[in-house]
Design a protein around this ligand. Structure first.
Ligand SMILES: [Zn+2]
Ligand SMILES: [Zn+2]
Length: 312
């Protein structure tokens, strides 16, 4: 992520937004900056270490990518527990300061001994299946010295946001090795991230090399990978049944839409780049801006009142 573009994108959205939205944007701006600076620091520190993930003998990373499963599940990223602990402490501090948590949750978050916590976690799983790793940590949070005052959703965010700087340099390395494969969209793209296996956070539609300009591009917030995906396809269950997929936009904002699926009942958030009004396009910032769509998608009453339905 280019920090200059990120700051410009945040500034464009903050202009004219209400106070609450500005505070939210500015908070995530600090988190995004922290993540990128930490990713750069870790990448520089490990620049001489060779490949950032452990490839099994006789395999090449492009071959793994072509299978569209998860590259890291076969070639795990080495994560140092002490380094992860430092990132966790920095991200937790940022969240305790500015995320608007209850005072008890903030105190609980600050009290966690991240060094002891990370030392007891399975770093192999963190580097090969980050989404599964987060689920496992949440399941055993009580035994890890995390106060019950810290909501599990907050702990999940701390973990996901902290893993990104450790995974992103390896994900960028994979992208460089697979440049050619990434330019030719596979016949059937992966629903989950083809690099780290986490579910996609959101997607965008617009001109892009990897999708012939017709498709869409999925975005993984866990490792930062973007990959080509079919425009008319559910990102949750994979159906291509056009009649069962619908786009909805909140009145007045055609750029940020929800795609719903009648088959699985799921939804996903999609940015239509040609409808964006201002600022440079930075998917990390769009992900933050689209958080309100989750509220709408999860509230049936709001869904009915606010959505102005549009077919694909
Ligand atoms: Zn990923
Ligand atoms: Zn579906």
């Amino acid at each position: 992520m280019d920090l200059k573009r990120m700051h410009a994108a945040v500034a464009a959205y903050a202009e004219g937004a209400d106070e609450r939205d500005v505070a939210r944007l500015r908070f995530f701006e600090r988190v995004l900056e922290l993540q990128q600076r930490r990713a750069d620091e870790l990448a520089a520190r490990h620049a001489g270490d060779g490949a950032p993930c452990e490839l099994p003998e006789g395999t090449d990373v492009a071959g793994l990518y072509r299978r569209q499963e998860s590259v890291f599940s076969q070639a795990p990223v080495a994560i140092d527990p002490a380094e992860l602990a430092e990132t966790l402490a920095a991200v937790a501090g940022c969240i305790a300061d500015g995320a608007g948590l209850s005072p008890q949750a903030s105190v609980g978050l600050r009290a966690v001994d991240w060094g002891a916590l990370a030392a007891g976690l399975d770093m192999r799983q963190a580097g090969s299946d980050p989404a599964g790793f987060i689920d496992d940590v949440l399941m055993h949070a009580d035994g890890l010295g995390v106060s019950t005052q810290v909501p599990l959703g907050v702990l999940a965010s701390v973990l996901q946001l902290s893993l990104r700087p450790h995974l992103q340099p390896a994900a960028e390395w994979v992208a460089r090795q697979c440049r050619q494969d990434r330019e030719t969209p596979p016949a059937s793209a992966s629903l989950d991230c083809p690099v780290c296996g986490a579910p996609a956070a959101a997607s965008w539609v617009g001109e892009s090399a990897g999708t012939d300009g017709r498709g869409r591009v999925q975005y993984c917030a866990t490792c930062g990978t973007q990959w080509g995906f079919e425009r008319i396809r559910c990102t949750n269950c994979g159906t291509r049944n056009e009649g069962h997929l619908h786009y909805h936009s909140v009145a007045g904002d055609p750029a940020h839409r929800i795609q719903t699926c009648d088959e699985c009942g799921g939804y996903s958030r999609v940015v239509f780049r040609e409808d964006l009004e201002k600022g440079p396009f930075v998917m990390e910032v769009e992900d933050v801006v689209m958080a309100n769509l989750d509220q709408i998608a999860n509230d049936p009453r709001l869904r009915e009142q606010l959505l102005d339905s549009k077919r694909v």
